[in-house]
Design a binder for this molecule. Structure first.
Ligand code: 3HC
Length: 286
């Protein structure tokens, strides 16, 4: 089995960019694709900015930054992923869109040993695997935001994933990227979101019910429980559309009312108040 050297990332959103950056910093050759030329271009400059910040913080040298930049190619063509040993899909949290990406990846990725992974937070890996003719090589590799900072990766085999794929994905996350890998069953929310999202939804319900302001709830959890970020600041950072999509998947799977998106979250998403990425959420961003 050849070692993974060439990685593809599909989707130049905040997670895809983070995955591309950490992969390039780990010495891997990266092709990053997005359907939109504008997104691919903007993504490239955001990675460059993040690498510059790492230089300023003396985490990497200027030579490391230049080498990482050399290793990342941005494109709008999925066909350019044909020679990849691992492709990580990080498009919007929508089952139909993701399944379509997997069907296309199955057609373009030429290496029969290649792993097709999803960074999904909550969509069943088995459904994405079933969109391909190589379900044994489909797996969840779920990163956490901000990807360059947070050490965790959830490795999520489906009922159809081969043991070798699980081992290779775990080794990739741990040995190549230096992350801490935990294994989770293919159930909506896996481990971390199954615990985190009900907490975020509870905080949104508290705002909705007028129990306390967003600032006071966040201060409560930051100062009273030493969380690095309160739940509403965190929901804004994750993206309110993503929080809602994860809640919807978990609610569909478990039918637990605790997972239902509160009306305030639904209305904010309807109004395109998506948090940091849209400039407005529970807070305003300049
Ligand atoms: N990219 C790279 N580095 C970053 C970064 C980014 N986007 N944001 C912050 N950093 C680095 C900074 O450079 C700094 O590094 P240093 O300590 O070496 O100087 C360090 O992180 C701390 O940053 P700051 O001092 O600027 O700010 P904070 O101390 O407030 O930390 C934070 C910011 C790292 C985002 C911290 O608040 C945090 O960890 N928050 C919780 C995030 C979290 O819970 N994420 C999980 C979300 S759930 C998820 O992703 C799953 C998905 O499916 C929804």
């Amino acid at each position: 089995m050849t070692e993974i050297q060439r990685v593809g990332v599909v989707g130049a959103g905040q997670m895809g960019l983070g995955i591309a950056e950490v992969s390039a910093r780990a010495g891997l050759d990266v092709v990053l694709t997005d359907v939109s030329e504008e997104a691919a271009k903007a993504g490239r400059s955001r990675i460059w900015k993040s690498l510059n910040r790492a230089v300023q913080k003396q985490k990497i040298s200027e030579a490391d930054r230049d080498a990482a930049q050399e290793r990342i190619r941005c494109t709008t063509s999925l066909a350019e992923l044909h020679d990849r040993g691992l492709v990580i899909e990080a498009v919007a949290e929508n089952e139909e869109v993701k399944a379509k990406v997997f069907t296309e990846l199955d057609q373009v990725v030429g290496d029969p040993e290649a792993i097709l992974a999803s960074n999904t937070s909550s969509i069943p890996i088995a459904k994405l695997a079933s969109a391909t003719k190589r379900p044994a090589q489909v797996i969840g590799i779920h990163f956490f935001n901000p990807v360059p900072v947070l050490k965790l990766v959830e490795v999520v085999p489906s009922l159809l994933t081969g043991e070798q794929t699980t081992q290779r994905a775990t080794d990739f996350a741990a040995d190549r990227l230096g992350k801490e890998a935990i294994r989770a069953q293919d159930r909506a929310g896996f481990v971390v979101n199954a615990l985190l999202v009900p907490y975020l939804l509870s905080a949104i319900r508290m705002v909705d019910n007028g129990v306390a302001s967003a600032e006071d709830i966040d201060n409560g959890m930051e100062l009273g429980c030493a969380h690095p970020m309160g739940p509403l600041r965190l929901a804004d950072m994750v993206g309110l559309d993503t929080v809602k999509a994860i809640a919807d998947s978990m609610h569909a799977e478990y039918k637990d009312p605790g997972y239902a998106a509160p009306p305030l979250l639904q209305r904010m998403v309807d109004a395109n108040l998506l948090g940091k990425k849209s400039g407005n959420g529970f807070y305003e961003y300049g």
